[in-house]
Design a protein around this ligand. Structure first.
Ligand code: URP
Ligand code: ZN
Ligand code: ZN
Length: 494
């Protein structure tokens, strides 16, 4: 190999993928990994990775950025601050949502979000579609087109007044997704349980943030998850349950998977590192910890750890939902805000990976390979990105993070790059940090400094998530298939 055949050589690191760990150099040319072997020649630029873990850049497949929420609040992060914050935490690809609100046409929604991201993102990105209005036109024309254009997953809600679909609509969407080969992500909480409890709490003057966790009883999550799984089984179409929080829900998903159901699931840092009791703070302070579903108890934290470890929960995402602690987000009526009116969600795009690296890998709860699977590889496989991202191998994008396992960091809001103004993880002591982050061979973060220009991230149209549709296991018999014309559906290949 001639001198400088590589633009960059990453030298002397310990590489981990989802299945292997070995020492080798990585040669990069034109943004791609072109060699992985010991003793590679120097590149035009050599990066010393000795003493570092060289891991695939993270993929955060659940982030809300520059998005109008169901409750009508605009996120505090735009595509610049959101993507910069992601990069500083070791993430090189994000999949935010293009959010349809009722009455809006899908092509316009998609074009709008594409425009928002184009000039700002510093790392690569795709989009999921939030679908709030699955009318005839959406189901027959607009959604199939969006899927063909690379938006191969959609999120639907079983709660929130402005977003909620009923079971009939959910079946329509699942059926369409099955035909087109797209993945349906479901926010599973029983809307009426939450509404009913919340109304009684408010009538009794229980308005503080901690009552958010009371209103969102764990059974609301378990019931809706069970229903989502049943709908999926009825017509034999895969689903992905997002932000799983409760122990009973983890058990339910595990049992369904054992029966052969095509149910996949995700959890998030807030369900490992926060508890419902954190919301019980003076005044409205607890609003900083409110997301849906809310953080639970120690038993649920343990169940989520176990689910991530044994594969029941295949994805670990941030569900970064950035709202400031002021009238623009968490406190629309200031100190008088009642729990029903706070913006839902917590920030976590930057700390997602450092939290799991420190508390999972460094404390031997998960292996480094499991860390890679949960933060990158599984996202690529589930969301049609595996042809480019989520792994270290010749031919893939050179998206890498060099982790120093010896770094000690005390989390503080001031060190973060989002636009939220607080972090629920303030004061946590973390070991390990991604010191150098690279996207398509470009160094994005080094020496704690951003090295790339605004807008240098690229939109990545995603393939259909074949891994989801070819999951091994017994497929439940589609009882209705013949009669309803569901039989013989040919999920398209890419
Ligand atoms: O509370 C949450 N998770 N807010 C963000 C919106 C969502 O449901 O993902
Ligand atoms: Zn959700
Ligand atoms: Zn979310």
């Amino acid at each position: 190999m001639a001198l400088h055949d590589f633009d960059v050589t990453v030298r002397g690191g310990r590489i981990s993928t989802d299945s292997e760990t070995f020492e080798a150099d990585i040669g990069i040319k034109d943004g791609l990994i072109t060699a992985v072997a010991p003793g590679l020649p120097a590149g035009q630029r050599d990066i010393d990775a000795s003493g570092r873990w060289v891991l695939p850049g993270g993929i955060d497949s659940h982030v809300h950025i520059e998005q109008l929420s169901g409750m009508g609040m605009m996120c505090a992060d735009d595509f610049y601050s959101g993507s910069v914050s992601a990069a500083f935490g070791g993430t090189t690809t994000i999949i935010p949502f293009a959010a349809q609100h009722r009455g809006k046409r899908i092509p316009e929604v998609v074009a709008d979000y594409a425009e928002r991201a184009r000039e700002k993102a510093v790392i690569d990105y795709g989009f999921h579609l939030i679908l709030a209005d699955p009318d005839e036109r959406a189901l027959t024309l607009d959604l199939p087109q969006a899927i063909r254009d690379g938006i191969t997953s959609l999120k639907v809600y079983m709660t929130y007044n402005q977003l909620k679909l009923d079971d009939f609509q959910l079946l329509d969407v699942l059926s369409l997704a099955g035909r087109e080969g797209a993945l349906v992500m479901i926010h599973a909480e029983n809307h009426d349980m939450i509404r009913w409890i919340a109304q009684r709490l408010l009538e009794r003057g229980h308005t503080a943030p901690k009552y958010h966790a009371v209103a969102h009883d764990p059974l609301a999550e378990t019931e809706a998850s069970h229903r989502a799984i049943a709908l999926s089984r009825l017509i034999n179409v895969p689903v992905l349950l997002v932000h799983v929080a409760g122990a009973e829900t983890v058990e339910l998903i595990r049992a369904a998977q054992k029966l052969g159901s095509h149910v996949h699931a995700e959890s998030c840092p807030q369900y490992l590192f926060l508890k419902a009791e954190d919301i019980d703070l003076p005044g409205v302070e607890g609003a900083k910890f409110c997301c849906s579903p809310p953080p639970r108890d120690a038993r649920s934290q343990e169940a989520v750890w176990q689910g991530l470890k044994d594969g029941t929960l295949g994805l670990y995402s941030s569900d970064h939902a950035p709202y400031r602690f002021d009238a623009s987000g968490k406190l629309p009526q200031g100190e008088a805000t009642v729990f029903k009116d706070m913006a839902n969600g917590v920030p976590g795009i930057e700390l997602r990976m450092p939290l799991l690296f420190s508390e999972g890998v460094m404390k031997n709860r998960i292996s480094i390979n499991e860390f890679v699977a949960l933060t990158a590889t599984n996202h690529a496989r589930m969301y049609g990105l595996a042809h480019r991202k989520g792994h270290i191998a010749v031919g893939l994008d050179a998206d890498l993070a060099l982790w120093n396992p010896l770094t000690h960091t005390t989390v503080s809001t001031t060190m973060l790059h989002d636009n939220v103004g607080y972090t629920p993880y303030e004061g946590m002591q973390l070991q390990g940090w991604p010191e150098l982050v690279m996207s398509r061979g470009r160094v994005v973060v080094q020496d704690n400094t951003l090295q790339v220009q605004r807008g240098s991230g690229q939109y990545i149209p995603r393939l259909r998530p074949e891994a989801v549709f070819t999951k091994s296991g017994t497929t439940p018999a589609p009882r209705l298939s013949g009669m309803l014309g569901l039989k013989g559906k040919a999920w398209p290949t890419n």
